[in-house]
Design a protein around this ligand. Sequence first.
Ligand code: SF4
Length: 503
Amino acid sequence: MSEVNLRPYQTDAVERILSALERGSVAFQSPTGSGKTLVALEVMRRLGASSAFTRTLSQYEPWEREARRLGLMIGGLAGKDRFCLRPVMKGDGKSIRITRCFSCPLAFNSYDRSRVQELGVVGFLSSLRDKDECGYGWLRFLDADVYLYTYPYFFFYRKMVRGNALLVFDEAHNLVNVGDMVGVEITADRLRAIRRDYEGTDAHETVSSALDAVESWALHGAASGRRPPDAEEFGLEAVEDHRISSVFHALSKVGHPAYRVYARPDGVSIRLIDPAEELSKLNEEKWLMMSGTLPSEGYMRRVWGLQDFQVVDVRPYRMKFSYFWDRDLSTRLAERKSARSGYVRAVSKLKGKGLTLVLTPSYEVASWFKGIADYVESRESASSDVPREGLVVAVARGKLSEGVEFVEDGRSLIKRVVIVGIPYPNVGDPYVRDEVEFLSKKLGSRSRWFLLREDALLTIRQAMGRAIRNQEDSAEVYFLDRRAGPFLRRLGLNPKRVRLVDL
Ligand code: SF4
């Protein structure tokens, strides 16, 4: 039974989304703290068995909490490689560990569904694992109102998804990184680690011969243009290990114009350079993408290849930002060296009460602030080390600017966001260069700047969004680059009216 009264703007959003879904799919944009999850769940309730995809397993929790409030039955799945117990079976004097559910006695266990409702998908599987039981096989076939999965279930295990009336993508701006989700690095070390995991198991021979073939191709065959091995040659379907599925998914794309293979000293990496290759698959589905910072509609249509959708933009509160612009500075390559001291001086003045998040376009620029900042992100940074106040320097598209939450009691700790330079993607990186060149050819020569600007704008909006997690939050935003004008306009500001500062 539902114990929720939706707010009027949420009820309005539900009706607008349902009406738009009659004609196609929906991009639903609304700020953090506005109750998007609740709105999406109400839509799912009205449409019947649907699925929500989150970026990480920890993001299941808010969905489960809100689903309980709406009285919806929770189902879904979490990666088998994380929960499989590999029980030991004895026979013919030999003992072997089982990794394939069809031959595992634990696959026939049955549980009370109220435990999933109470503990959630991950909590339920973890609680059993702690008692040497396995609920994976049972959970896989459990009927529910809403099903929870992580993004890879859409890209790699679409057939396992059970709620198909509507596919909801939580924090859908993350789909900008679809290339990272479906791309892989195939190195001898990585393959060795997987092989080791299967020693003494029922899948050892299958996995070893498959990975031997992959290794030989990655180290010798790729450079000579040899055809990569195919998963079907090895009968890997029942292994259900994401590390292996993602490798074979990528191998199946070698030679496809939307994918590129990059040599590494110890193997290869296979990357997607055309997001539409994967994302346009959504045109065959009914989907709802939700985020506080979706890319522009034009980007979603042109770059992601999405069709037949409408944008539903719901803004129940005004984001309280004050904007400042220092036009004397620039990280343009020609000025970069001389600009360094000016930037260090400017940023040091922006230290204050609470947290100042400084966004830089590269690790090199981030390192300028080592003497004055409380924390500077590096490639090795671990998110747990980051302080909760002071001056924190993050690199665009790094772990800090996207993955770490600076929130306490629902309020953002960030009081100032400082955008150093313009966070354009690094076209010096061969992968970024290939992606931009491929898309420029596909979409027309003028699209190069469109792509770079959209990418930078999304990065800026995400950094700013980190400072507003609740309608009470407010923050100052500093643009420290004379090229910021077009970005201010895209944020709905008149650059002539933005307060100029000389830091
Ligand atoms: S049922 Fe499947 S996931 Fe569970 S222990 Fe057995 S093989 Fe592993």
